[in-house]
Write a protein that binds this ligand. Structure first.
Ligand SMILES: CC(C)(COP(=O)(O)OP(=O)(O)OC[C@H]1O[C@@H](n2cnc3c(N)ncnc32)[C@H](O)[C@@H]1OP(=O)(O)O)[C@@H](O)C(=O)NCCC(=O)NCCS
Length: 145
């Protein structure tokens, strides 16, 4: 079946998006999300003027880019929005001279792991039992060629 394309805008979040970001990323303190918006560490996807997905960027050792979270609202998945968020991030990171991007996924969630592999990430490590309930985390690396 052909994928339905949406008129999509991907951009860095602004403080006008704070309330939505706090609601959708509810485990993170509002003050931290606010700071991350100001630091251009949150990217949002907007379809028909409505926010439908976001990506939270972190930097390991304050240097190495790592996707802390990428999430598309369930009803908007498999329409190219995750790819568009990742593409925006990759272009931004390349423009800043980065050559590698890391990400991760819970070990008990095969779907996001498959998505990462499909998007060109390779598995590169594992932290045992780091999540609630002793669930492990699988790490991925993508070379930004
Ligand atoms: C992972 C996630 C962000 C992907 O976003 P999405 O908008 O559904 O993905 P896209 O539509 O952009 O998919 C891009 C490509 O990946 C493919 N794809 C989508 N989901 C996939 C899956 N589960 N397994 C394998 N490939 C997948 C699509 O078919 C598409 O392929 P193509 O462009 O080559 O035709 C989304 O499923 C999500 O929000 N999941 C819940 C949160 C989560 O687990 N995040 C990851 C850990 S932080």
């Amino acid at each position: 079946m052909a994928r339905k394309m949406l008129p999509l805008k991907v951009r860095f979040a602004t403080l006008e998006d704070l309330e939505w970001c706090v609601r959708e990323d509810s485990e993170i303190d509002e003050a931290i999300i606010k700071r991350k918006i100001e630091e251009r560490e949150i990217i949002v996807a907007e379809a028909n003027g409505k926010l439908v997905g976001h990506l939270r960027l972190e930097y390991l050792w304050s240097q190495v880019p790592y996707i802390g979270l990428i999430r598309v609202l369930p009803e908007y998945r498999k329409k190219g929005i995750g790819r568009a968020l990742l593409h925006f991030l990759e272009e931004f990171l390349r423009s800043k001279g980065h050559s590698v991007l890391f990400s991760s996924s819970q070990a008990n969630e095969p779907e996001p792991q498959a998505w990462h592999r499909h998007m060109g990430f390779e598995e590169c490590g594992f932290i045992a039992g780091i999540n609630e309930g002793g669930v492990s985390e699988v790490f991925f690396r993508k070379v930004l060629s």
